[in-house]
Design a binder for this molecule. Structure first.
Ligand SMILES: [Zn+2]
Length: 305
């Protein structure tokens, strides 16, 4: 009897230990920490305006992380005349490698995007920590997670790190800004195998996370984001902006890829487009939330139905 009780206690301890190690739900906490660390790595390379050495280094860093996790990358290069001269831009694309398949020939269902450049300022050091190094880091962490836990979802996605989102002049115009996304969208314009949706992340790591999506967001994607956020009990961070927003989702929506801009509130803030947009305002917890909601949306959007 006594030995039986010991055995039972032993089995119970083993079961609890096993559950602790293997049975817990996948923690997005770790993902937030990883994204935070990668954001710092990006920022350590310095300001990264279009055409800069630092921007090339950032693209190499992101590529290295992606390739190490089973993704293949491609640079989509192009040149434009801008107010600061001729600039060489490059969008970084990534697709998941599936055995014996050319990933670039495969039909994909969704785009996951962020902009990788930081706005050029001649008179101040601008890091663009939340605008949008944090979003690029989140994309890489999501890509790693999918590669390990949901490779079937990874295979249905393309990741795009847009160059030249920022305008060279102070304010964006129809001709200055969104260089990368306009070029990228154009490559899909006449194709009939367009992805069904796009999700753009921008300024999603601020310690005071206040996502405010544009008023003209595709309704089904907006509804899905709000319902996932509610389900994950982070709905209080999600709302709607006062109006439309000029961002990389616009060219995609115009050519018929419904794309949701999950963007943090930047209006009337003191940090936006100032040296205050640095590592100090980024929070691993906020990145957790943004990553968790994005993964929840992908679960719905990419599930077989
Ligand atoms: Zn910006």
């Amino acid at each position: 009897m006594k030995s039986n009780r010991y055995l039972l206690a032993l089995l119970l301890t083993a079961a609890v230990t096993a559950f602790w190690f293997f049975g817990r739900p996948i923690s997005t906490n770790q993902m937030g920490n990883s994204a935070n660390a990668l954001t710092s790595e990006i920022l350590a390379l310095g300001p990264r305006p279009p055409g800069s050495v630092a921007l090339n280094q950032v693209r190499s860093l992101l590529s290295k992380e992606l390739v190490a996790n089973g993704w293949v990358v491609e640079l989509q290069e192009f040149e434009r005349d801008t107010s600061v001269g001729k600039i060489k831009f490059a969008n970084l694309r990534a697709r998941f490698q599936v055995k014996d398949q050319d990933p670039w020939q495969r039909k994909i269902d969704g785009l996951l995007c962020a902009h990788v450049d930081s706005k050029l300022f001649k008179d101040k050091v601008f890091h663009g920590a939340d605008d949008a190094a944090s979003a690029c880091a989140a994309l890489v962490v999501i890509a790693k997670h999918l590669a390990i836990h949901k490779p079937e979802q990874a295979a249905k996605l393309e990741l795009v790190f847009f160059d030249g989102e920022e305008a060279f002049a102070e304010n964006m115009t129809t001709l200055d800004g969104l260089y990368g996304s306009r070029h990228y969208a154009n490559t899909w314009r006449t194709r009939n195998d367009k992805p069904k949706f796009g999700i753009l992340l921008d300024m999603i790591g601020h310690k005071n996370l206040k996502i405010r999506i544009p008023t003209d967001s595709p309704k089904h994607l907006a509804d899905l984001m709000f319902s996932i956020a509610e389900k994950q009990k982070v709905g209080s961070h999600y709302g709607i902006a006062a109006g439309t927003i000029m961002d990389d989702h616009v060219p995609l929506n115009l050519i018929g890829i419904p794309t949701l801009d999950i963007i943090g509130d930047f209006s009337r803030t003191r940090w936006w487009h100032t040296p205050g947009d640095n590592a100090d305002i980024i929070s691993a917890d906020s990145l957790n939330i943004s990553i968790g909601v994005t993964l929840g949306m992908l679960d719905e959007l990419l599930s077989e139905k």
